[in-house]
Design a protein around this ligand. Structure first.
Ligand SMILES: NC(=O)C1=CN([C@@H]2O[C@H](COP(=O)(O)OP(=O)(O)OC[C@H]3O[C@@H](n4cnc5c(N)ncnc54)[C@H](OP(=O)(O)O)[C@@H]3O)[C@@H](O)[C@H]2O)C=CC1
Ligand SMILES: CC(C)(CO)C(=O)C(=O)O
Length: 340
């Protein structure tokens, strides 16, 4: 009998494949992955990886490859860890529902290695006995048809989303055990005490630069030179900092400066901008929607973020229509709503 951890990773994209490779590199896990669109190709020839951390690897495969979460549930394996590295799009698929077939209550820890805010909340409601781990990744990695191109080092901060039903000791131990199966000498994977703090810190970037670049169609360099950085994104950053403060999270004095300078020398396109460019739906609800819900609960004014959110809702509608998620009738229906 194997004494290895049973690990399932769902979403082998730019981030997921590098996380999976890192876990395989450590060698403490019996690793399975779910591959959707590229299943046939990956099953036959594996991944070709060009990585700043691991070099050039050809034809890499983990122990098991499944075409769906349901298929990964059929061998009746009890998974110790289920890692989710899909895009988090609750307005399309709720990840807490997606993973249901592979979760064993009280055993499986869920690792959310995704951008966004307050991601633990729906999991606590559905899986009160399971540890929910937060992974905030700073990486630049993309997948095109099974070819992975990782240009920025895999650096991640791993914490637990504080469950209302589990003890600190249990959650901390499980989180550190996860780090022990993933951290290696090629990547940088650190334990970080406070998931909420780090998620707010990351939002200072994602809620203000991803969103405004997605709306305007520019990279962060062009946003700076056009004046949009100072007229829109920096005031929006102040709103994120104000919500964090009202929520008991004090971000450092120099956070805005640090965020703005994090792309120095790079015409960098944040992921939401890339998604719009590709015609893919955007992670609007987890990057901005969840923050605005908390702002409302705490009575914090967020005029800029609110307008940005409402404009991006229109963009999301367009993207969903473009992906064939709904179709509109040829003739525009007439509404009898009275506007004043
Ligand atoms: N890429 C980056 O550099 C960074 C990304 N992030 C965050 O990491 C997360 C992952 O991003 P990224 O790797 O770029 O995303 P990608 O779009 O590259 O990959 C997501 C993968 O998830 C798969 N997927 C989606 N739904 C399912 C499903 N139901 N079953 C199986 N597979 C599924 C997709 O498969 P399919 O091909 O079939 O659609 C795709 O391969 C996001 O939250 C992102 O914001 C954070 C920092 C940097
Ligand atoms: C800025 C970056 C690449 C940080 O890793 C990111 O989170 C994004 O583009 O969404």
């Amino acid at each position: 009998m194997s004494s290895k951890y049973n690990v399932l990773l769902i979403g082998a994209g730019g981030v997921g494949t590098i996380v999976a490779y890192g876990i395989d590199y450590v060698g403490k896990s019996n690793l399975s992955i779910v591959v959707r669109r590229d299943y046939e190709k990956v099953k036959d020839t594996g991944y070709n990886i060009d990585s700043i951390d691991y070099g050039t690897i050809e034809g890499w495969k983990p122990q098991n490859i499944y075409p769906s979460v349901e298929a990964a549930a059929t061998p009746k394996v009890v998974y110790d860890y289920v890692i989710i590295t899909t895009k988090n799009l609750p307005d399309i698929v709720k990840v807490e529902d997606l993973v249901e077939p592979v979760i064993t209550p009280g055993v499986t820890a869920v690792v959310l290695m995704q951008n966004g805010f307050d991601l633990g909340r729906p999991f606590f409601a559905k899986y009160p006995e399971n540890v929910i781990i937060s992974g905030v990744s700073h990486i630049g990695s993309h997948n095109s048809n099974g070819a992975i191109h990782q240009t920025q080092k895999d650096k991640s901060f791993v914490s637990y989303f504080e469950s209302p039903t589990l003890s600190k000791e249990v959650q901390e131990a499980k989180t550190k055990e996860f780090i022990s199966i993933y951290s290696n000498e090629k990547n940088e994977c650190n334990y970080f005490e406070n998931a909420k703090w780090y998620r707010y810190r990351k939002l200072v970037y994602n809620a203000t630069l991803n969103t405004v670049c997605a709306l305007t169609g520019v990279d962060t360099g062009r946003l700076e030179f056009s004046g949009g950085l100072e007229s829109i994104s920096i005031p929006a950053m102040r709103e994120v900092i104000a919500v964090a403060k009202a929520d008991g999270v004090e971000l450092p004095e120099d956070v805005i400066n640090a965020v703005v300078h994090s792309d120095d020398g790079d015409w960098f396109e944040p992921s939401m901008r890339v998604d719009v460019k590709k015609g893919n739906p955007i992670e609007l609800e987890v990057i901005l929607g969840n923050l605005l819900k908390v702002a409302k609960e705490l009575d914090v004014e967020t005029p800029i973020l609110t307008v940005v959110y409402n404009l991006l809702k229109v963009v999301q509608y367009r993207l969903k229509e473009g992906q064939g998620m709904f179709t509109l009738p040829e003739e525009r229906p007439i509404s009898d709503k009275f506007y004043k």
